[in-house]
Every structure is written in C-alpha cells, then in structure tokens.
Design a binder for this molecule. Structure first.
Ligand code: HEC
Length: 154
C-alpha cells in the first residue's frame, strides 16, 4: 500500500516536471499565433473597408488615410509577427517563412513599400493614383500569402 502510494506520487512528480515546460512553451506560441492572427485580421478589415472607398461604393473618403496608415503600421514590422518555431498549432504560417527567410524578408519589404505608396496616394487624395496603389498593395499581400500561408482546407 505505502509502496504503491510512493510510486504513484513519484509518477505524478515526474509528470509535472516533464509537462510543465512543454505547456508553458505551448501557451507562449499559441499566444503569439493568436496575436499575429488578430493583427492580420485587422489589416484585412482595414483593407476591406478601404476597398469600399477605393471602388467608390461608399462616401467615407475622409477615412481612407486612417485605413491606409493602419495597414502601413502593421506592415512596418510584419516580420516580427513570425518568431522562429511559431509554425505549429492553429496556424497557417508555413515553414518556408523560416526556411526561406531571405525571400520572406523580400516580400515583407515589398509589401511595406507598396503600403507606404498607398498611404502617400491616399494623402494626396488622387482617386486614380490611390486606386492603382491600392491594387499594388493587395497584390503584395497576395504575394506573401501565396508562398508563406497555407491554403484553406476545402
Ligand atoms: C510577409 C508576409 C505577409 C504579408 C505581407 C501579409 N500577410 Fe496576411 N498573413 C500572412 C501569414 C503567414 C498568415 C497566416 C498567419 C497564421 O495563421 O498564423 C496571414 C494571415 C492573414 C489573414 C487571416 C487572419 C486570420 O487568422 O483570420 C488575413 C485576413 C490577412 N493575412 C490579410 C493580409 C492583408 C490584407 C495583407 C496586406 C495588406 C497581408 N495580409 C499581408 C502573411 C502575410
């Protein structure tokens, strides 16, 4: 009886020691993934809102700079959303982000430049210019998603 009790509490102790660091690490990664998806969702929201203005569907032209700058702010540090080893769990981030780091940096930079150009065009309030720059910006989002984001399961 006593012997059994000792064995099982030792077992529990070992489990705790083994399980603790793994859980802590897992939670951290999960939190980073949630944060990054939240940032990307907000970028997606601003892009969808800006699209309505750019296409002339709504009359919120005064808000265009706000949407453009919000997207640009997130793109300024987009690489920081992808620390190493955050490619497992509930994420669509592909391993290529780290295995092709140079290419990832390049698409990040292109997106940064395209977003900044959109901000400038929005500030100038030149409809033809901001429509073209908006399209270029969306293309830059797609360029990264194409190579570095897992396709949605059908
Ligand atoms: C440098 C690469 C890169 C750029 C640039 C980029 N994204 Fe993403 N985006 C990703 C990756 C990778 C994911 C998947 C993140 C995950 O699941 O952890 C993602 C996810 C998303 C999501 C889904 C978020 C969710 O979980 O619901 C949206 C929406 C999105 N991006 C919009 C945009 C828009 C709009 C732009 C351009 C203004 C953009 N992204 C630019 C890499 C990028």
């Amino acid at each position: 009886m006593i012997h059994n009790l000792k064995t099982s509490s030792l077992g529990i102790c070992l489990l705790a020691v083994v399980a603790l660091p793994a859980t802590t690490m897992g939670a951290e990664t999960e939190d980073i993934i949630k944060y990054r998806q939240g940032v990307m969702k907000s970028v997606g929201g601003h892009t969808a809102a800006a699209a309505q203005i750019v296409r002339g569907k709504v009359d919120y032209a005064d808000d265009l700079v706000y949407h453009a700058e919000s997207i640009a702010r997130s793109m300024q540090t987009v690489e920081s959303l992808f620390p190493k080893d955050t490619d497992f769990g509930e994420t669509r981030a592909l391993d290529a982000i780290w295995s092709q780091a140079d290419k990832f940096k390049q698409v990040s930079e292109e997106s940064r430049a395209a977003t900044k150009a959109f901000v400038d065009a929005a500030k100038a309030n030149d409809k033809a210019a901001f429509a073209a720059k908006f399209k270029a910006m969306v293309d830059s989002c797609k360029a990264c998603h194409k190579d570095f984001r897992e396709k949605k399961e059908q």
